[in-house]
Design a protein around this ligand. Structure first.
Ligand code: HEM
Length: 422
């Protein structure tokens, strides 16, 4: 490890260097610019870490099937049957297979499409009456409603209570915002409510996802944990992906005009797309992909080597944390000329030919990559199509949009837009 380039170790585990750089992303960009594509560095919570920003080197790590326990310990309170993010490989493989059998299935996407469309239309109706909107807040809530519908089935007694209980659990447990024992008790009650709802769904076989998990023979507690983890993994990510796309389109009128023209061409007078229409909206899809390149909702990943690995001619011992700076990978100028420019045409087949597979990793890579990737694309494209068919978006003047790394890549004080019918 000592032969790998990197900054000299600091007594505070590298914390002050990250703060001084202005956050982990800025620190990663600087490290890779100074020391190259493979960097040894100090990551709080990891005794020994390297960061990999080159797609060819990433490929050499793609088979590693373990996440470091300590870095993901913050998710443990959501799980009764072991932290799902850090399951050992032998338990994870069948678990992933069960998830993919539903989440990646075209039939399942098509079945839920009408319900997703109704929820997106409901939001568009509300926005039309408002005029000025906060994208992240409303689009994350929409994604949460969609994933509740998907993971829990359609007939919840009180969906609003589920959404609010989930938000309480997130802020208090994951945001660590409990200022008092009362807060903590409230979060525990909310979590108990969510677990009871999932049990109710399981008892009536109320969702495809729950049925697939039962079929895979997982324990009741593991199934409950999984449904909750899916709800967590699915909603802020998809909500911010749509928000950043709208943000970028509003600042690039020619690209927005091309999306609008494509929607008019494919949908004609219809306000919403059918499932089959999504395939006929390639420019919309490229705009979404380009937005996730510039603002990847999940900007980082991590693995832990379980045996020695050779990377770029260096020996990486077992037990090393491999840090994935997905965001910095997306800005690597060797593969993305003029990396900060918003250019959806980077994703035409001609422009993509010859680019290494892992130059673009918004959903991660390998056996721990996102199982919800294809569902997320369907949801995000649908929501964008509904909103961009109906509205023109203009940034609210005097409202800066500042990206912050807070579990997902978020805009600090949301993204405010004026929406008008086009
Ligand atoms: C635009 C939306 C989304 C983005 C950008 C995103 C991104 C990611 C990323 C970067 C990871 C970590 C991958 C790695 O470590 O290599 C991940 C993991 C995961 N995501 Fe997503 N995700 C999105 C939506 C979803 C949705 C809709 C679902 C489920 C319905 C989902 C379920 C999961 C799960 C279960 C994991 C853990 C994977 C595992 O450990 O096996 N995600 N996601």
């Amino acid at each position: 490890m000592r032969d790998i380039p990197g900054p000299p170790p600091q007594p505070d585990s590298g914390l002050s260097a990250i703060t001084a750089a202005g956050g982990l992303h800025a620190y990663q960009l600087d490290l890779h610019e100074r020391y190259g594509p493979l960097v040894r560095f100090q990551l709080p919570g990891a005794p020994s870490a390297v960061s990999v920003a080159d797609p060819v080197l990433l490929e050499a790590t793609a088979a590693v099937n373990k996440r470091p326990d300590e870095l993901f310990a913050f998710l443990a309170p959501l799980c009764e049957a072991g932290n799902l993010q850090t399951l050992p490989a032998d338990e994870h493989v069948p678990f992933r297979r069960a998830l993919l059998s539903v989440l990646a299935g075209r039939r399942s996407h098509e079945t839920h499409f009408p319900a997703f469309t109704a929820l997106a239309t409901e939001l568009a109706d509300r926005w039309e009456a408002m005029g000025e909107v906060a994208l992240q807040q409303d689009l994350s809530a929409l994604s949460l409603r969609m994933i509740c519908r998907y993971a829990l089935g359609g007939d919840l007694d009180d969906p609003a209570r589920v959404v609010s209980a989930f938000e309480t659990v997130l802020t208090v447990y994951l945001g660590r915002l409990h200022e008092s024992d009362d807060d903590l008790r409230r979060a525990e009650q909310a979590l108990a409510h969510l677990r009871a709802v999932v049990d109710g769904v399981l008892a009536t076989g109320g969702s495809d996802l729950a049925a697939a998990l039962v079929k895979a023979d997982l324990t009741a507690a593991r199934i409950r944990d999984t449904v909750l983890m899916i709800m967590l993994a699915a909603h802020h990510t998809t909500g911010v992906a749509v928000s950043w796309t709208l943000h970028l389109l509003a600042r690039h009128p020619e690209a927005a005009a091309r999306v609008a023209a494509e929607l008019d061409d494919v949908l004609g007078d219809r306000a919403v797309p059918s499932y089959a229409d999504l395939k006929r909206l390639p420019y919309l899809e490229m705009a979404l992909k380009e937005a996730m390149r510039l603002y990847p909702p999940g900007p980082y990943g991590a693995r832990e080597t379980t045996e020695d690995l050779t990377l770029g001619g260096h020996r990486i011992p077992a037990g090393t944390t491999i840090f994935y700076p997905f965001w910095a990978v997306h800005l690597n100028p060797s593969y993305w000329p003029d990396p900060h420019a918003f250019l959806p045409d980077r994703f035409t087949s001609a422009a993509s030919a010859g680019r290494p597979r892992y130059a673009y990793v918004p959903f991660g890579l390998g056996p721990r990559s996102c199982e919800g990737a294809s569902l997320a694309m369907v949801e995000a494209e649908l929501v964008l199509a509904v909103l961009l068919k109906r509205f023109r978006f203009e940034p609210v003047a005097g409202h800066p949009v500042v990206p912050v790394e807070r579990f997902v890549l978020w805009a600090e004080d949301d993204i405010r837009m004026r929406v008008t019918r086009r």
